[in-house]
Design a protein around this ligand. Structure first.
Ligand SMILES: Cc1ncc(COP(=O)(O)O)c(C=O)c1O
Length: 466
């Protein structure tokens, strides 16, 4: 079905304005100069339409975020109503607004364990910054002023602020032209089972990772470590589901050594793995803090939150006339954004989108795994509606294809011509569709992706690469 959108937009003019004036996040200058952007103008359910009127199944869900799907009138109405009623209040010090208060209580009710307190930010990156500042502040209020190190993992992505880019460490994310915060973050191995050392069992890999963590604590001294930050399932660093037992064992070590465990659930919260939060329900841990963003508002408006424990709150709020939590943002607890989040969560609950993500996601996992038999597919992994396909030159050795093949982009471009958006990321194509996806759409996605992989395989053969 073609939408009315293409009549209302001058596709060439938009392309040119964007090309000439918009520096995009993560721009690759050489290709952008040549190709510019795909200009999207309309969204409906799982579909988006470009300025030429071409419609695509959005296998990326915006950017892991349009969980409830596009074009929800109820959300737009909640947004409009709140904007008319009270478009803004500060939340500094001792002022609040109704949606911010209600949403804090709702998040406390949904989050696992005693995570009963909420502080807001506007993006995932800012919430990561908040969580780490909160960890430092909490440790200091506990009298542990030397605890400043942050332990993170390779292949992690925690956002793009100065601190976020210091804490995360995906391949290529720390080019030398930028600066990073020195002597703060220590990176451990990624829990990336597909690329674990040759011949190592999954159980042994889990032991290796836990031993490495214990050795790092020993090396730095627990008394110097503030927090450990981890995506329960590493998202843009490779859609890595950690080996069984790894997260609970790391969590135990954190508790034993007074290290705060920060779960970055910016991708995994609000249904993608079939649960509101993945920490406990998918991985059996109750962290000290959970960071969420993206699916919190299904991308309708920017909002993020850090949900943290009673124990942290007791420490930071202990009586002290000089104690101020000197952190926060002008738009923290923005009433319009919080109203959108409340409506979005209401929809996720009412329509049982977690249940749909579980059912359809299990089917997506099953159907995608059929691609394993293709000659350049090294691995298919992920869970439910957070999946990826990793391409290789040699399945036996897991050798990667040369970067010059641009394999994931080649395949995503072909998918695009067939009306499917998937996200190319290095040697992977990633899928994170809206949670309203149907079984029939799973078939379309997998069949289209298969066709694109086979086409690329033929091309690579003709080019003599494989
Ligand atoms: C796990 C994770 N943490 C942090 C971020 C940063 O969020 P934002 O782009 O909203 O700043 C992202 C974004 O993709 C993410 O996936």
């Amino acid at each position: 079905m073609l939408h009315r959108a293409h009549n209302r937009f001058d596709a060439q003019e938009l392309w040119q304005q964007d090309h000439d004036h918009f520096l995009h996040p993560f721009t690759h200058f050489d290709s952008f100069r040549k190709d510019g952007s795909l200009v999207l103008v309309e969204g409906d359910g799982c579909y988006v339409t470009d300025a030429h009127g071409k419609r695509y199944f959005d296998g990326i869900g915006g950017m892991w975020c349009v969980n409830a799907g596009y074009g929800r009138k109820e959300i737009a109405e909640a947004m409009a109503e709140q904007a008319l009623q009270l478009c803004y209040t500060t939340t500094f010090v001792d002022v609040t607004n109704a949606p911010a208060a209600r949403l804090a209580a709702k998040l406390a009710a949904l989050a696992p364990g005693d995570l009963n307190h909420v502080t807001y930010a506007t993006s995932g990156s800012c919430a990561v910054d908040t969580a780490i500042r909160l960890a430092h502040y909490c440790q200091a209020r506990r009298g542990e002023k030397n605890r400043r190190y942050v332990i993170s993992r390779k292949n992690s992505y925690h956002g793009s602020t100065y601190l976020g880019m210091t804490v995360g460490l995906r391949d290529g994310d720390q080019p030398e032209q930028f600066r990073y915060i020195p002597d703060l973050v220590h990176h451990l191995s990624a829990p990336y089972p597909y690329r674990r050392p040759e011949g190592m069992s999954l159980e042994a890999f889990s032991d290796f990772l836990v031993d490495e963590f214990a050795a790092k604590i020993e090396e730095l001294g627990a008394e110097n470590i503030a927090c450990f930050i981890a995506e329960p399932a590493q998202a843009s660093g490779g859609v890595c589901i950690p080996p069984p037992g790894y997260l609970p064992r790391i969590s135990e070590l954190c508790t034993k050594h007074g290290i705060l465990f920060i779960a970055d659930e910016i991708v995994t919260a609000f249904g993608r793995l079939g649960h509101m939060f993945a920490s406990q329900d998918a991985f059996g841990i109750i962290p000290d803090m959970i960071i969420c963003a993206k699916g919190l508002t299904s991308g309708y408006i920017p909002l993020s939150a850090v949900i943290y424990s009673d124990a942290i709150h007791d420490s930071i709020s202990a009586p002290d006339p000089d104690a101020w939590f000197t952190h926060g943002y002008t738009y923290a607890g923005h009433p319009v954004a919080c109203a959108v989040a409340l409506k979005n969560i209401e929809i996720i609950e009412r329509e049982d989108l977690c249940g749909n993500a579980a059912r359809v996601g299990d089917y997506l996992e099953k159907r995608l795994s059929e691609l394993r038999s293709l000659p350049i597919v090294g691995d298919v992994r992920g869970r439910r509606l957070m999946m990826c396909v990793e391409y290789v030159k040699d399945k036996a050795t897991r050798e990667k294809l040369p970067d010059s093949c641009n394999i994931s982009k080649r395949i995503s471009n072909e998918c695009e011509t067939k009306g499917l958006l998937v996200r190319p990321l290095g040697h992977l194509d990633v899928l994170s569709p809206p949670l309203i996806m149907t079984m029939a759409e799973v078939d379309f996605v997998v069949d289209t992706l298969r066709g694109a992989i086979l086409k690329a395989t033929e091309e690579l053969r003709a080019e003599g690469v494989i």
